[in-house]
Design a binder for this molecule. Structure first.
Ligand SMILES: [Zn+2]
Length: 284
């Protein structure tokens, strides 16, 4: 009789344990699949060679908190997944915010741009491509940018439009780069930006599963011919009507952007914008 009771208790215990183990998994799946899809707004300005196929993109939720990275500071901001603006978590926070991002790094000017930012005590995300970090010299440059305190984002291995790739190819474009960046810096990227802002349902899910925040941008100009010089670029980046609270500024590793960067930082600060530290942006 007593043995039977013990067996019953054990059986009940196993049943309860297995249920509670499986629940979070089921819940997570449902959370992801049940999220309403929101159509994507691409920034008013599009990145170089942007193609139309991004318009079919759908959103992935960004409101699940898990696995804060070791270097992540207490989150104060989130990226809005419909307009890519940076917003305070605390709605009483009235700071005027901007986020600086530098794509196609580290090609030729990223390290100098990082030093300019550092001299001004402001932060940015450098979105890196795999083809720029294949030599020992370029790996060392990426490490130096990381060690200067900048966040390293994933911009894919080869800067190919994800809509032109199979799911397996997309996986390799994104995950292989994460591995390579982690090998160099010791930290996995927390941010992802697709080449040309051209996301796919598959890549969005993959990026979310790997704990990265996906973002396109609000505006940028350094790929337009008339702004490929220091003064014109510094002027438009600060005086465009698209500069509003939370704007996500897209710049590239380019000569004229490097030249204009100091003036851009000063112009934003003169207009009382606070340049957000990406380490304070909430990850997935
Ligand atoms: Zn790019």
């Amino acid at each position: 009789m007593r043995i039977l009771t013990i067996l019953q208790i054990i059986t009940i215990f196993i049943f309860v344990t297995s249920c509670s183990n499986s629940e979070p998994e089921t819940f997570k799946e449902e959370e992801i699949s049940k999220k309403p899809e929101i159509s994507e707004e691409i920034g008013n300005k599009k990145e170089t060679e942007h193609k139309d196929n991004a318009k079919e993109d759908k959103e992935v939720p960004v409101d699940v908190v898990k696995n804060l990275s070791q270097t992540e500071e207490k989150p104060m901001y989130v990226i809005n997944s419909t307009d890519w603006k940076v917003e305070p978590i605390d709605k009483d926070n009235n700071e005027k915010l901007v986020l600086l991002t530098i794509d196609d790094a580290p090609d030729k000017y990223s390290l100098e741009m990082a030093k300019t930012l550092k001299n001004n005590e402001v932060k940015a995300i450098f979105f890196v491509n795999g083809h720029f970090i294949q030599s020992a010299e370029k790996k060392a440059i990426l490490k130096e940018i990381y060690d200067l305190g900048f966040s390293i984002g994933n911009h894919t291995m080869t800067h190919t439009n994800l809509n032109d790739l199979t799911e397996e190819e997309q996986y390799n474009e994104i995950i292989e780069l994460n591995h390579q960046i982690e090998e160099i810096t010791g930290e996995k990227p927390r941010f992802f930006r697709a080449p040309f802002g051209s996301n796919t349902d598959f890549s969005k899910k993959l990026v979310a599963e790997h704990g990265m925040v996906l973002m396109n941008w609000t505006y940028g100009y350094d790929w337009e011919k008339e702004f490929m010089n220091k003064d014109a670029l510094a002027d438009i980046m600060v005086n465009t009507p698209l500069l509003t609270n939370g704007a996500n500024l897209l710049m590239h590793d380019r000569e004229w952007t490097n030249d204009a960067l100091q003036k851009i930082i000063e112009g934003l600060q003169e207009k009382s914008y606070k340049i957000v530290d990406p380490k304070k942006i909430k990850t997935l």
